[in-house]
Design a protein around this ligand. Sequence first.
Ligand SMILES: N[C@@H](CCC[C@H](N)C(=O)O)C(=O)O
Length: 281
Amino acid sequence: MAIAFSKYHGLGNDFVLIDNRHSAEPILTPEQAEKWCDRNFGIGADGVIFLINADNREHRMRIYNSDGSEPEMCGNGIRCLGKFMQDLGIPTIDGKYPIHTGAGLIVPQMDADGQVTVDMGKPFLTAAEIPTTLGESDQKVVNLPLEVGGKTWNVTTVSMGNPHCMIFVDDADSIPLAEIGVLFEHHPVFPNRTNTEFVEVVNRGYVKMRVWERGAGATLACGTGACATVVAGVLNDLCDRTCTVNLPGGDLKITWSAESDHILMTGPAKLVFTGSVVNEL
Ligand SMILES: N[C@@H](CCC[C@H](N)C(=O)O)C(=O)O
């Protein structure tokens, strides 16, 4: 059976999107998704995203990372999903696509200039809400020491539904991401593994971030990671609540509202190509 797909990216964080509205469960198994993401033997992507239709009105996002694991949320992915829904001709509700995710209801809005602004909801800040054994469960993990790879790093953890561990550094480009990222990802204090962000503050409104993603490795951008980075920057009094996050794939604009506690993320989402997989990969 041929399976149609569309390939999108958000700042180079790339995804295979599947219109899965005919079924309540993803049409691919995690193992198949891993094969589809393979950059040599498959289509190549950081993840596979499924548009699922709960009861003909409510849309849901499911996603597999390139290693087949299932995260709760994906910021760049949900911008791509909004664009995919627009390209499929699905009507918006006042320009918005409310989408259920593992992190709750997340709402991309299709902007007139082609960008997508997403209401990412509220961050989760205590250790109990973030899969970490760092600190007491009702305590925020802000600037706490953690030993990784023979070195002590000061870490701040924030959950956007999925877990993030931020480290503020003087020079983000000098971090050996592949070497150290994997050690953070699998550190025993993170029983659900973690995404890890190394952040260099250029000024209070502009930071440079390099990411090692849980289940995908080094990627060109991470939307939830950019949101978590600004929250961590505010908690450490290093950033303003509106801040541009520079990633290898480009910039994301993030605002963490003091009034609503919600985070808004603005960035691009682009269609790359469409195709169909005819045979089992
Ligand atoms: N790239 C994504 C995050 C994807 C999920 C992540 N790898 C996880 O396992 O939590 C983003 O843009 O947010």
